[in-house]
Design a binder for this molecule. Structure first.
Ligand code: ADP
Ligand code: MG
Length: 484
C-alpha cells in the first residue's frame, strides 16, 4: 500500500495478557498445577466441577498479584470480591469461570517501554485481576472428535489489561517483552508463550491522525509468540486502512491469527457485548488485603529489571549493555555479584557479554549452570585490568582454564600454566630485537614516520612470547627501540 495513505492513519493497540501462575496447586483446589502431565490426571472433583464441591482460595495467587501490582506501581485493593462469569463450553465443566469483575485486585500502574523514536514511554495499565483458567479443547488429534484435557482447568491466572496506549506493532512487541521479563523476574510465571503460560489478545483499531475518537476495535486471539503479536497488529493496521479507504466499515469482531500465512481471519463479529451474567461468587469470602500484608510482600521483592537498568546506566554503561545485562534475571544477578569484586563496571560488562555469554551459549546452558563463581571470574578480570595479563591471553587461555578447574583461583591457574606475564626487561629486549630483525624494511618505514606500524611489532613480540609479554611495558620499550 502507498505509504502516504497509511501515513494518514494512527494505530491504536491495547493488550490483554493472561499469565499462568507458578503456584504448586490450582487457584481454588489442591490439584497439582503442572504442565505436561498425562491428560486429565490433575483433576479432582473441584476441577471437574462436580456439584457440591467448594472452592478454597490459594493464597499464593493473591500474593503473586500483589507482587506484580507493586512492581508496576498499581493501586492494590483492600476488599476483593470474586465473581462468576457464566458461559457454556465443554472445557468449562462448572459452566462458569471464577474471576474478578468490579473489584480487580490491581488498578492503574504502568509498564515502561521505548517508543518508535527510542524515547521512554509509559504504557498505562487498566487493571490486573485474578481468575482461573479453563480446560483445553484439542481439535487436532482425532479427525472426528474434540478431545478435552482438564489438567488446566482451575490453574490460577492473572489477567493484565493495558490501556489503549500503544501506537505501533513495535511498541506492542516492546510492551510484551517487558511484561514477560517482569513476570520472570518476579518468579510468578515462566513467561513461556509457546506452552501457553503467557497468552496475549491484541485489541486493534485505527483513526485518522488528529482525530479524538478511537475507531472500532477488533480483538485478535491465538497469538503464541511476541513476534506474532506484532505481525498480527501490522496486518490488521493494513487491513483497516484498506477497508476505510474503500469506504467500508470495520465491524467489532474477534479474529484469529494464522502464523503460517501471517494473516488474520474473522471468527465472529459481535453486534452487542457478550453477556456473561456476572454475579458475586457465593462460595468464596471476599479477600481482604491489609496494608501490613502488602508491606510484608514489599520487603521480599526481588530487584526489578527497570531498576537494574537504571543502575547500570548510572554506572556509565551504554543503553545496549544495560539492556543485554538485564534481559535475564540470573544473568543480571551474576553481574550484580561480579560488581562487588571488580573496580571497573565496563570491563565486567564486557566479560559478561563476551566470554560468559559465549560460553553459556556454546554449552547450551543457562547462567545458573555456569559454575565459575563471580569472585573467581573477578580474579581474572582484575588480572587484565591491572595490566598483569593481556586481554587475548585472558580470554583464550585463562578463561577456559577457569571454567575447567573450579577449585583454583585465576592467579593460581595463571601461575600454574605459565601464563604469568613477562615484564623482565632482558627477555622483552630479546623479543623486541628479534622482531626488528625480522622486519628491517618495516623498521625503516616506522622511522620515516609511519608510526602505525608499531602494531605489527607488538603482534610479533606477542607471537614470540606466546602472548606472555607484558603489553604495557612492551609497547613502551618498542617505541624506545624504534625511535633510536
Ligand atoms: P473486552 O472484555 O471486551 O475484551 P476489556 O475492557 O477487557 O474488554 O479489554 C479492552 C482492551 O481493549 C483493553 O486492553 C483496551 O486498552 C483495549 N481497547 C479498548 N478500546 C480500544 C480501541 N479503540 N482500540 C484498540 N484497543 C482498544
Ligand atoms: Mg477481551
Amino acid at each position: 500500500m502507498i505509504e502516504e495513505i497509511k501515513d494518514k492513519y494512527e494505530l491504536i493497540v491495547g493488550l490483554e495478557v493472561h499469565a499462568q501462575l507458578l503456584t504448586k496447586s490450582k487457584a481454588f483446589s489442591s490439584d497439582r498445577n503442572e504442565y505436561g502431565n498425562l491428560p486429565n490426571t490433575n483433576t479432582n472433583p473441584v476441577s471437574l466441577g462436580h456439584p457440591g464441591t467448594l472452592p478454597v482460595l490459594n493464597e499464593k495467587s493473591a500474593e503473586f498479584a500483589v507482587r506484580l501490582g507493586l512492581s508496576v506501581q498499581a493501586n492494590i485493593r483492600e476488599n476483593n470480591e470474586f465473581a462468576r462469569k457464566n458461559y457454556f463450553y465443554a472445557d468449562l465443566p462448572k459452566g462458569y469461570q471464577i474471576t474478578q469483575d468490579t473489584t480487580p485486585i490491581c488498578t492503574g500502574g504502568f509498564i515502561s517501554i521505548k517508543d518508535g523514536q527510542g524515547k521512554p514511554k509509559k504504557v498505562g495499565l487498566t487493571r490486573i485481576h485474578m481468575e482461573e483458567d479453563s480446560g483445553k479443547s484439542i481439535h487436532d488429534i482425532s479427525p472426528f472428535d474434540t478431545l478435552i484435557d482438564l489438567n488446566r482447568a482451575g490453574v490460577p491466572l492473572l489477567e493484565i489489561v493495558s490501556e489503549p496506549d500503544m501506537r505501533s506493532g513495535d511498541e506492542a512487541y516492546a510492551y510484551l517483552t517487558e511484561v514477560r521479563k517482569l513476570v520472570r523476574y518476579l518468579e510468578i510465571c515462566d513467561g513461556n508463550m509457546e506452552e501457553g503460560s503467557l497468552r496475549c489478545d491484541a485489541n486493534v483499531s485505527i483513526r485518522e491522525k488528529g482525530a479524538k475518537e478511537f475507531g472500532t476495535r477488533v480483538e485478535v486471539k491465538n497469538l503464541n509468540s511476541i513476534r506474532n503479536v506484532k505481525r498480527a497488529i501490522d496486518f490488521e493496521f493494513n487491513r483497516h486502512v484498506k477497508m476505510i479507504e474503500a469506504g467500508e466499515k470495520v465491524l467489532k469482531s474477534t479474529l484469529t491469527f494464522n502464523a503460517g500465512t501471517g494473516e488474520t481471519s474473522i471468527m465472529r463479529t459481535k453486534e452487542e457485548a457478550d453477556d456473561y451474567r456476572y454475579f458475586p461468587e457465593p462460595d468464596l469470602q471476599p479477600l481482604v488485603i491489609t496494608k501490613d500484608y502488602i508491606e510484608g510482600i514489599r520487603k521480599t521483592m526481588p530487584p526489578l529489571p527497570t531498576e537494574l537498568y537504571e543502575k547500570y546506566i548510572n554506572l556509565g554503561l551504554s543503553d545496549y549493555d544495560a539492556g543485554v545485562l538485564t534481559d535475564n534475571k540470573g544473568f543480571a544477578l551474576y553481574f550484580e555479584s561480579l560488581l562487588q569484586f571488580v573496580k571497573n563496571p565496563k570491563s565486567a560488562a564486557n566479560w559478561m557479554m563476551g566470554e560468559v555469554k559465549g560460553h553459556i551459549n556454546e554449552m547450551a546452558i543457562d547462567i545458573s549452570g555456569f559454575d565459575v563463581t563471580a569472585e573467581r571470574l573477578a580474579g581474572l578480570i582484575n588480572l587484565v585490568d591491572s595490566g598483569k595479563m593481556g586481554q587475548t591471553m585472558a580470554s583464550q587461555q585463562l578463561f577456559p582454564l577457569l571454567t575447567k578447574f573450579l577449585d583454583n583461583t585465576a592467579d593460581e591457574l595463571a601461575e600454574e600454566h605459565g601464563l604469568v606475564q613477562v615484564a623482565n626487561t632482558d627477555e622483552l629486549k630479546s623479543w623486541i630485537a628479534a622482531a626488528m630483525e625480522r622486519f628491517p624494511d618495516k623498521v625503516a618505514e616506522y622511522r620515516s614516520g609511519k608510526k602505525g606500524i608499531l602494531g605489527l611489532f607488538m603482534g610479533e613480540v606477542m607471537r614470540l612470547s606466546d602472548g606472555k609479554a607484558d603489553p604495557k611495558k612492551t609497547n613502551q620499550m618498542l617505541r624506545e627501540a624504534l625511535d633510536n
